[in-house]
Ligand binder design. Structure first.
Ligand code: TXA
Ligand code: MG
Length: 402
């Protein structure tokens, strides 16, 4: 059972044209080339995971620091297992099987000790490897034909907004990269990344929030296994700050502990735990235009302050909001307004496309209307949190009073 099965028709078959295109792209990858591929989250920049030179080229093309490891995309649990060490599998295989049954294909990435044969270039030189089964029929067929895992960081230049359509990928890399066009990504933000094994005891640590919630993960692992919602050192602290703002906060010696039991789920604990995790950089997922997160009441202040800074020249300001009424209360009038849905999943699906349109409009500043901190259910609250994680890295925060 994958969360995205229904939406993507994973049970369905690809038509002849799609198969032919997948076949072509599988050939490119098998020969050591790069192909951007669709997933249910965002497009990935694919290369053969076992081909060091091809993987190095992914880092070069993206301009990505080589110590930031890549996710290996596989077509099945059986293929995933080949990337994990025997030792890790003996200890955690049962847990990974549970995750696979509940969430794969789908937006959950599992980090576990790597098998010896996994090149260090994939893991940023470390001993752990990240693996997931993406929920997209074309990409599953692509991996099946290639016969082994495909690395896939988001198919954007390092630090920039992730692409959710083939057109976005072409905008990033032009003709330098082959694109397997699988339509618009239904999820819209990157997978939830979890780590099991060394450093987490017998627990599970969420390294990056995504569409799969900590509560859903806790339900799958069952009582007795703790789920930590961690914050990275150096840049990832924002997650930690949010943790502390959470209404169920309770300080403990180990970090911040949250009673998930209070919102109806069973008696699991989510802990905020500072821990090193590469790749959770403070400036990421960002448009090139200056972007500021603010409450609507701050709109006038932000625009006027910028005008003053530009010697009085009229500032071209754009607004990203989840409220239909937002633009009507903003003075001076925004030059461009992108209104996203008030539902968290729908907001996530539209977020990167909207950010890109604003980024391409030649604005001086993009003001991002602060999204809701909570939804109607624990699940929705989690998705808002994943969105807030991305936006906090994509924007500066407007200081000062409302
Ligand atoms: O949804 C997604 O995850 C997309 C699609 C294409 O699958 N991919 C994606 O890749 O977002 P990327 O490289 O942009 O983000 C991968 C995240 C980074 O934060 C990276 O640091 C983390 O996963 N990661 C990868 N391997 C890791 C490892 N061995 N240990 C800890 N974190 C790891
Ligand atoms: Mg990325």
């Amino acid at each position: 059972m994958g969360v995205f099965d229904g939406e993507l028709g994973l049970g369905g078959t690809l038509d002849a044209a799609a198969i032919a295109r997948v076949e072509q792209c599988a050939g490119v990858i098998a020969r050591g080339g790069l192909v951007a591929f669709p997933t249910e989250t965002v497009y990935g920049l694919g290369a053969l995971a076992v081909d060091e030179a091809a993987v190095r080229r992914v880092f070069e093309v993206k301009g990505r620091p080589t110590n930031n490891p890549l996710i290996v995309h596989v077509d099945s649990l059986a293929m995933a297992r080949r990337f994990f060490s025997v030792r890790a599998w003996e200890r955690f295989g049962e847990l990974v099987e549970k995750f696979a049954a509940a969430f794969w294909p789908g937006p959950l990435t599992v980090v576990l000790e790597k098998a010896e044969g996994v090149p260090g270039v994939v893991t940023g030189g470390g001993g752990m490897v990240a693996v997931r089964v993406p929920a997209h029929a074309m990409t599953l067929e692509l991996i099946r034909r290639v016969g082994t895992g495909i690395v896939g960081p988001s198919a954007n230049r390092s630090g920039h907004v992730s692409p959710t359509s083939a057109e976005h990928v072409r905008g990033e890399f032009g003709d330098a990269v082959e694109v397997l066009d699988g339509g618009v990504c239904v999820g819209g933000i990157e997978s939830t990344v979890i780590r099991v094994g060394p450093g987490v005891g017998d627990g599970v640590q969420v390294l990056r929030p995504g569409l799969i919630s900590a509560e859903a993960i806790a339900e799958v692992v069952g009582a007795g296994v703790e789920v930590f919602v961690g914050a990275a050192k150096g840049g990832g602290e924002r997650g930690g700050e949010r943790e502390r703002e959470h209404e169920h906060e309770r300080e403990t010696e180990r970090g911040t502990q949250i009673d998930a039991g209070r919102d109806g789920s069973d008696a699991v604990s989510l802990h905020g735990l500072a821990m090193e995790s590469p790749g959770l950089l403070s400036r990421h997922y960002a448009p090139r235009t200056r972007a500021v997160m603010a409450e609507l009441q701050q709109w006038t202040g932000v625009v006027l302050a910028m005008e003053a800074g530009l010697g009085g020249r009229a500032v071209q300001a754009g607004l990203l909001t989840h409220s239909e009424l937002a633009a009507s209360v903003c003075s001076p009038t925004p030059r461009l307004v992108e209104v996203l849905p008030g539902d968290a999943r729908a907001y996530a699906a539209g977020l990167y496309g909207a950010l890109r349109r604003l980024d391409e409009a030649g604005l001086d500043v993009i003001v991002v209307h602060e999204p809701p901190g909570a939804g109607r259910t624990a699940e929705e609250t989690w998705v808002w949190r994943a969105i807030a994680d991305r936006l906090s890295r994509a924007t500066e925060r407007e200081a000062g009073e409302c």
